[in-house]
Design a protein around this ligand. Structure first.
Ligand SMILES: Nc1ncnc2c1ncn2[C@@H]1O[C@H](COP(=O)(O)OP(=O)(O)OP(=O)(O)O)[C@@H](O)[C@H]1O
Ligand SMILES: [Mg+2]
Length: 167
């Protein structure tokens, strides 16, 4: 787990995107980096870019192009085949905070899963498995500040890889 201090650099990363295309590219890059089971906890206001990011992520995970990725606001969970199975979750309609277990995911997750959760602030974070929290801030009509923080060894490795590929 990351603490403030020497390892903080490994655990945090900020990037600004200046178009929806750039946000999708970021998602795609992360999708291509993914090696291990990981949860991406997406946080941010309506229209901040969470679904756009997941669309890029799906591309990076080689989800076939004929799947159109849209917010599963009503179904709550969508599953897509890819290099890793992608579970896309949207908790917008949940009224009360839940535990990760409550979503019933442990029953359906196999190996090597990737889970992207919109409105992940509704889950009690301390109970999440290895995850990267990705926070989207609307900083202009076309710009978004995106803050990532890693929690757990798999997440730290992922963030390191993303940073390496960005420099
Ligand atoms: N830099 C940017 N990154 C992402 N989206 C952007 C950016 N600039 C403008 N946009 C626009 O913002 C909107 C983002 O919508 P998107 O559905 O991805 O947001 P969301 O966070 O999933 O919202 P919701 O909480 O309603 O599900 C799109 O209309 C997109 O074109
Ligand atoms: Mg969305």
């Amino acid at each position: 787990m990351c603490k403030k201090g020497t390892v903080a650099d490994l655990c945090n990363y900020k990037i600004t995107t200046r178009s929806v295309k750039e946000t999708k590219k970021l998602g795609e890059k992360i999708g291509t980096c993914l090696q291990a089971e990981i949860v991406l906890a997406l946080i941010g206001d309506l229209g901040s870019g969470k679904t756009s990011f997941v669309q890029g992520l799906a591309r990076g995970l080689e989800v076939p192009n004929d799947y159109y990725i849209t917010s599963p606001s009503y179904t709550m969970i969508n599953e897509y085949p890819g290099r890793h199975p992608l579970f896309h979750i949207d908790l917008y309609r949940l009224e009360d905070p839940v535990d990760f277990e409550d979503i019933g995911l442990y029953d359906i997750l196999g190996d090597n899963y990737v889970v992207a959760i919109e409105w992940a602030g509704k889950i009690r974070q301390e109970l999440l498995p290895d995850h990267v929290t990705i926070k989207f801030i609307i900083s202009g009509d076309e710009s978004r500040e995106i803050y990532m923080s890693a929690h757990g060894a798999n997440a730290v490795n992922l963030l390191k890889e993303i940073k390496n590929r960005s420099t």
